[in-house]
Write a protein that binds this ligand. Structure first.
Ligand SMILES: *Cc1c(COP(=O)(O)O)cnc(C)c1O
Length: 367
């Protein structure tokens, strides 16, 4: 009764391949791992969750791991573990999804917005510094698109750092894995992240007090009524997939980096801004993001789509455009000019060739 699964789904419509913007990599080992737990009847939080927590903590280089239901609930608990609450402020970049914003609101604290640097789309000590006040209780530092933020100067600011590694599991900053340097670090295992559990997340920390708070808030059963608890648990079904996926992470990273160098070599002469290599870090290319300056981004996006290639703006809408009275010119620039080209480990060689050929043609003829 082995399930028949198709590992890569190449669709073809006429002469056109369909390349979605993202797609998970699931193999038969993953299917077997989940099926075993399902057949065991022990499907809620249990031994597999413990094992996954230990494996991720060991891989990243932190003492404790607490698995939860998503990256957003991981951020929420991470902030609670630092004692963040109403009256406090939490710093975050404008150029990010709305998850850090909502996680902060759920604690009762106020989000504070900092601009990014265009070299790696991340916040930095110099963009954070002007926004700091006496109420700033934490700074959420996402390593965007798989590229590590410049962490050392941010840590020197003295504000507790929550590393948001949802897009950067396995990346290295000065030969440390991202997630190993902040006071707490969070991960997401949504379907299209570096590894997946369908939905899922984790918080890592070395701090015993934070760890105790994370465990206190994660579930509610047989505990005191105050302070209020949550049910943010991960299941063994998900954790078994996470363990299986983590064993493939080195291959995922290798494939992502290889595809990125194929793209960069092919796009070199097109006059677009390619991802910048950094001497102090190792990028895992969660996204391959280029900046298009002299062309209409929407036109390129539509033309790619007509060719079956689903390129996207990598961030839906910079946060400062919706609520903050702070100017973020670099986030605006990134939003107006950045385009993410499909890159993920389940792309076949044929699909990679197809993307290269069509994108070169589309960008080459758009001048
Ligand atoms: C995906 C993501 C999140 C949220 O993770 P979910 O599992 O979708 O809740 C948070 N921060 C960043 C940078 C992300 O990419």
């Amino acid at each position: 009764m082995a399930a028949k699964i198709s590992l890569t789904r190449t669709l073809e419509v006429g002469k056109c391949m369909i390349i979605s913007h993202s797609r998970p990599y699931i193999d038969e080992e993953d299917v077997r791992a989940v099926a075993e737990v399902l057949a065991s009847g022990r499907i809620a939080q249990g031994e597999k969750v413990n094992e996954f927590e230990k494996a991720l903590a060991r891989y990243v280089g932190k003492k404790y791991g607490v698995a939860v239901s998503s990256g957003t609930t991981a951020l929420h608990l991470a902030l609670l573990s630092l004692g963040v609450g109403s009256g406090d402020e939490v710093m975050m970049p404008s150029y990010v999804c709305s998850s850090p914003y909502f996680a902060t609101l759920h604690t009762g604290a106020q989000p504070k917005i900092a601009d990014i640097r265009l070299e790696n789309y991340n916040i930095s000590a110099s963009t954070i510094h002007p926004q700091i006040s006496s109420r700033t209780k934490a700074v959420i530092v996402p390593h965007m698109f798989g590229a590590p933020a410049k962490l050392a100067p941010i840590l020197e600011l003295g504000i507790p750092v929550v590393e948001d590694c949802a897009q950067s599991l396995g990346a290295e900053y000065e030969s440390d894995r991202v997630g190993s340097l902040g006071k707490v670090s969070v991960f997401s295992f949504y379907a299209t992240k570096m590894i997946t559990t369908g939905e899922g997340g984790m918080i890592l920390t070395d701090d015993e007090k934070c760890y105790a708070r994370l465990l206190e808030f994660r579930d509610y059963d047989r505990k005191a009524l105050a302070p209020a608890k949550y049910n943010y648990k991960m299941t063994d079904l998900q954790a078994s997939l996470g363990i299986s996926q983590l064993s493939k992470l080195p291959m995922f990273i290798e494939r992502r980096r290889r595809i990125s160098s194929i793209y960069s070599a092919a796009f070199l002469e097109l006059g677009v801004q390619l991802p910048k290599a950094s001497s102090e870090s190792m990028c895992v290319f969660f996204r391959y993001v280029i900046m298009l300056h002299d062309v209409n981004l929407e036109r390129i996006r539509k033309k790619s789509r007509a060719n079956g290639i689903f390129c996207e703006r990598p961030v839906f809408k910079p946060l400062h455009r919706s609520f903050a009275a702070v100017e973020c010119p670099n986030s605006d620039k990134a939003h107006d000019h950045a385009l993410s080209i499909p890159l993920y480990p389940s792309l076949s060689e044929e699909e990679i060739d197809y993307v290269v050929t069509r994108i070169v043609k589309i960008l080459g003829s758009s001048k």
